[in-house]
Design a protein around this ligand. Structure first.
Ligand code: GAL
Length: 491
């Protein structure tokens, strides 16, 4: 009988979703493995959910190992979901640790493998949407006779959907969405703008590798824009605010974060004004980047990049205009409140605070709509990349007061907005459209778009899940009603 230390196996084909294998004898930061203050020389670090499948063919006798949460997460003060450590033999779970919390001491396992032909070591996070689900297998070893076990990897679970050969004739929420070149659309945290019957969609290009320390993020590529006449088939118009790899001091340096671009046309100056949430990789600043261009397809030039207030961070926001006056609706951090501000006449600066919705509440992802003299403010809760219930509030004036009206979605049994977070609400002809992101924090560029029709009845908004849907009146698309459309250039 021989002893095989599992960390000596080549685990490079095992993937944790960020396209990296588990780490051997070290954490993601390169530090030694540590559980509840105890350091370990040998082991396997994994970011859950992650499985190591081994073919044993009845050659192995016992598995011995320790396991527990990696301390690194706790020490860095990141939210860490509870984890369970499981061992599966021939398709049956033979060991299940139950939920273990960050800081719990390591536990040990000595399992009879009695002729098993396959073994899976698995770590499962309680909430798969929360990052930093880091666990360690400590000194894992097998007693075995005969051949060394080898990895047995399952085929990738999902074959990518293909674009319809003749283009889209319906919205397919949650499915991969391809542009007119057949390439997946990269427009996350998007904002829409209608100009003379053409829709422009501005969004985060997250088509790079997702890294996951200190948080899930992708190096900045830039703000991309797509154009469409029917809102379903989108042509890539390129990057209108690109990253600046040559300038490490710039907030547009790839090492930072750029999110949720929104654009409004300013009839006074003839410029398209873009606001973007700009952050460092730790999400510790929260600046407003303002850029403008004389064309909807850019290029956009930065006008300013600063935190407008000392006591509030610049969080998720919406832009809105009415009768040529611009407004910023912003979920600020530190002072956790969603504020409405009036912008300067050129839309480049914040001028005056008008009202506060949800004072003291952590809200995010605001989107604003006006219908028949009532303002509807849609927001998510605040839970990072993890989805949560979407609510809306109404007011008869942008000066408030705002009244919460409850949940937007019906039939949303998991209370996670059908796994999405709002980014925009669009009035297109007769149709009101909820636009949200289904963030995939393991591969942010593959986050899906959840667009759903909103029903408005007796001043009540509601939306429900649709696998596939179409606009009621295509012909009305380029004729949004004037006064109430936040998205078309002021005339
Ligand atoms: C979300 C926010 C996203 C992104 C994410 C990072 O709540 O809406 O735009 O910033 O947090 O965790």
């Amino acid at each position: 009988m021989k002893t095989l230390h599992l960390e000596t196996l080549d685990l490079t084909p095992v993937r944790m979703g960020w396209d990296i294998p588990p780490h051997i004898n070290r954490t993601v930061k390169g530090t030694p493995l540590s559980i509840a203050g105890q350091r370990y020389e040998r082991g396997i670090w994994m970011n859950a959910p992650c499985s190591i499948p081994l073919r044993l063919d009845g050659q192995a006798r016992r598995l011995r190992c320790g396991f527990g949460h990696e301390d690194l997460v706790q020490s860095a003060n990141y939210e860490a979901p509870r984890l369970r450590f499981q061992v599966e033999l021939d398709g049956e779970i033979q060991f299940d640790s139950d939920w273990m919390a960050s800081g719990d001491p390591a536990r040990y396992l000595d399992l009879d493998l009695s002729e098993a032909s396959s073994l899976i070591l698995r770590i499962v996070p309680e909430n798969a949407q929360v990052g930093n689900a880091q666990g360690n297998w400590i000194h894992p070893e097998l007693d075995y006779a005969g051949a060394v076990p080898f990895l047995e990897l399952a085929a990738p679970e999902e074959a990518p959907a293909l674009p319809p050969p003749d283009g889209y004739s319906s919205f397919l929420p949650g499915q991969r969405w391809f542009d007119t070149d057949g390439v997946p659309i990269q427009a996350h945290g998007a904002g829409l703008l209608e100009v003379d019957g053409t829709y422009y969609m501005y969004g985060e290009h997250k088509g790079g590798t997702t890294s996951f320390w200190p948080k899930s993020r992708v190096d900045i590529i830039g703000v991309g824009v797509y154009s469409s006449q029917d809102l379903m088939n989108w042509k890539n118009e390129g990057i209108v605010l690109p990253a600046t790899p040559q300038d490490p001091e710039s907030p547009l340096h790839p090492s930072n974060v750029l999110e949720r671009p929104k654009v409004q046309y300013n009839a006074r100056t003839g410029n398209y004004v873009m606001w973007v949430k700009s952050q460092d990789a730790h999400y510790s600043w929260g600046h407003a980047m303002v850029a403008q261009s004389d064309s909807p397809t850019g290029p956009f030039e930065i006008v300013s990049s600063e935190r407008p207030w000392k006591d509030r961070s610049f969080g998720d926001f919406a832009l809105y205009q009415e009768n040529g006056t611009g407004y910023l609706i912003i979920a600020t951090g530190k002072v956790e409140t969603t504020f409405v501000y009036r912008l300067s006449p050129d839309f480049l600066r914040i001028e005056e605070e008008l009202s506060a919705a949800y004072p003291g509440e952590k809200r995010e992802a605001p989107a604003l709509l006006k219908q028949e003299n009532l303002y509807y403010l849609i927001t998510s809760g605040k839970s990072g990349w993890a989805p949560n219930p979407t609510r809306y509030a109404t007011a008869t004036s942008l000066e408030g007061p705002w009244t919460d009206q409850g949940l937007l979605f019906v039939g949303d049994e998991d209370e996670n907005s059908f796994r999405s977070q709002p980014t925009f609400v669009l009035q297109a002809g007769e149709e009101l459209i909820y636009m949200g992101d289904r963030w995939d924090q393991r591969d942010l560029g593959d986050s899906r778009y959840i667009w759903l029709p909103i029903t408005l009845k007796e001043q009540t908004l509601s939306a429900s899940w649709q696998d596939s849907w179409t606009l009621r009146q295509h012909s009305d698309l380029s004729d949004p009603s004037e006064s109430s459309d936040p998205n078309s250039p002021a005339s």
